[in-house]
Design a protein around this ligand. Structure first.
Ligand code: ZN
Length: 509
């Protein structure tokens, strides 16, 4: 539904604003995004029970106002607490009790945050009629005055830390999400793995995987690791300059995660699968894509290009985050799954929603690129609401090499005969990328060719790097819709798009 959704553009704004928020009652979580980075301050107030999230430096829009939610959270109220602070108040239904120590806050990026509430238990039969008294909350007061107990900053996010090490037998290339778990692709010798289980300071279960004589591939970023998938709350991957060098991967599990078995393969790679699920039962094997010859700068670590004067041992700084690959002159692909969150995108035959299809396809594209050592970032990793301008901004901030937006098309439901693939560009550089995508996908997927076209889509106009928008079929099409909802087809489409991107990258000087 690009024609409707993408031409929209927000009016210019003076201050950083709260852009969107959504409370997912199924997952009991609040997701919100802001125009600039923010450090949310979360507090718990009792009598009545409220979770207060202050966003310093963020202004709000009246249009984002209050919403009634239902269930454990009766309503979410958004107010301007003071001239510089937006306050979001989650009113807990009096019929429920929540343990505020179980509330978790983490940033997907500095501009996108998730507030996860614990599972809540009704304290009394919920007749659906009990409503909280909003009169007190209508006048927000400073938290200290009402005896708030500030929560510890439970900010949890993936981590990758590197130190310079000598060449190793094995190279860890990333983590892919598969149909039933994870696959950790490696290059070089079969991984030597030691696994043990422990708990962190807050008693969360952890699985620790030590890889001996191993190094982290350059360009691996925390954003490229799975974000909260399958109950793994956090991935931490740390390089140690031991002899031989070693990598420690720490998986922190949430309360709902199964236990996991770790299976290294003689042919390379490590399966991470739930206990009781044999790796060979996994439906979706890791994707393989033929890699074109890339500019060497894309794969060599920066230390190798240093002049001889830098023969001084490189400084060993543990826990320094890896700089973004693009900052080091490496290839970075920004993938943009269209829509998400409150915006389903096009809705087609059988209620098929564009937002879910394009996210699944983009995840396959990301996995296929990462398997080839290409760094990938995504404008959204889950069913999140993200505006258009921030998507372009993310690509600019990350200094992405290319930007590829993935959408599905629609016409009205009375036109099931309209099916096929279209790819859009705005700039001349984007035209080359769009043509490479269209050619590769048509070469591997049986689809009607609707051509490569120029269009003034916002994400194409506001991105400086080569950018393309691919419409992978019509959710209203009698031929396309059944394919779009097929997970195997989604995987093939994701891999075809990855191959198209690789073809384009390989063709560039
Ligand atoms: Zn769309």
């Amino acid at each position: 539904m690009a024609g409707v959704c993408l031409f929209g553009s927000l009016p210019a704004k003076a201050g950083a604003r709260l852009q969107a928020w959504e409370f997912d009652t199924g997952q009991n979580r609040l997701v919100f995004s802001t125009e600039s980075g923010v450090e949310p301050q979360v507090s718990w107030l009792s009598d009545p029970q409220r979770l207060v999230i202050d966003l310093p430096g963020i202004l709000t829009e009246s249009a984002l106002g209050d919403r009634f939610v239902g269930g454990a959270v009766a309503a979410v109220r958004v107010t301007q607490a003071d001239a510089q602070t937006t306050r979001m108040v989650l009113e807990i239904n009096p019929g429920y009790s929540l343990d505020p120590r179980q509330v978790k806050v983490w940033g997907l990026t500095s501009q996108q945050w998730v507030v996860q509430l614990p599972g809540s238990t009704p304290t009394a039969p919920d007749d659906g009629l009990a409503m909280p008294d909003f009169s007190k909350a209508a006048r927000p007061r400073p938290l200290a005055v009402v005896g708030a107990e500030p929560l510890p900053p439970l900010i949890s996010r993936n981590q990758v830390s590197t130190v310079a090490v000598r060449a190793t037998a094995t190279v860890l290339r990333g983590v892919q999400t598969t149909a039933e778990g994870f696959f950790i692709p490696t290059a070089g010798a079969a991984p030597q793995v030691h696994v043990y289980r422990t708990r962190d300071a807050s008693q969360a279960r952890q699985i620790v995987i030590d890889l001996l004589d191993a190094a982290i591939a350059p360009g691996l970023t925390p954003e490229a690791l799975p974000q909260g998938r399958y109950g793994i709350h956090r991935w931490s991957i740390n390089q140690f300059a031991t002899a031989p060098p070693a990598i420690r991967m720490t998986l922190t599990l949430d309360g709902f995660s199964p236990d996991w078995q770790i299976t290294p393969l003689a042919s390379g790679g490590i399966w991470v699968t739930p206990i009781g699920v044999a790796p060979n039962q996994i439906a979706a094997p890791p994707t393989t894509v033929v890699l074109p010859v890339l500019n060497p700068v894309a794969t060599s670590p920066p230390s190798q290009s240093r002049p001889p004067a830098a023969a001084v041992p490189a400084p060993v700084v543990a826990s320094t985050p890896t700089p973004s690959p693009a900052a080091r002159g490496q290839v970075l692909v920004m993938l943009d799954p269209g829509h998400g969150g409150v915006d389903p995108g096009a809705v087609g035959i059988g209620g098929l929603q564009e937002k879910g299809v394009v996210l699944a396809v983009a995840q396959h594209t990301a996995a296929a690129l990462q398997a080839q050592g290409i760094a990938v970032q995504m404008t959204r990793q889950s069913d999140q609401t993200v505006d258009l301008q921030p998507r372009a901004d993310m690509a600019t901030a990350a200094r992405a090499t290319v930007f590829v937006s993935i959408h599905a098309n629609a016409v009205n439901m009375q036109r099931p005969e309209v099916n096929g693939l279209e790819t859009y560009y705005y700039s001349d550089a984007g035209q080359v990328l769009a043509a490479a995508l269209q050619r590769q996908v048509l070469g591997t997927m049986a689809m009607n060719d609707r051509g490569v076209r120029q269009a003034r889509f916002l994400v194409l106009r506001r991105t400086a790097m080569p950018a393309a928008l691919i419409e992978i079929g019509f959710v209203t099409g009698a031929i396309d819709a059944p394919k779009l909802r097929d997970p195997r087809w989604q995987a093939q489409m994701g891999q075809s798009i990855a191959q198209g991107i690789l073809n384009y990258l390989g063709s560039q000087p």
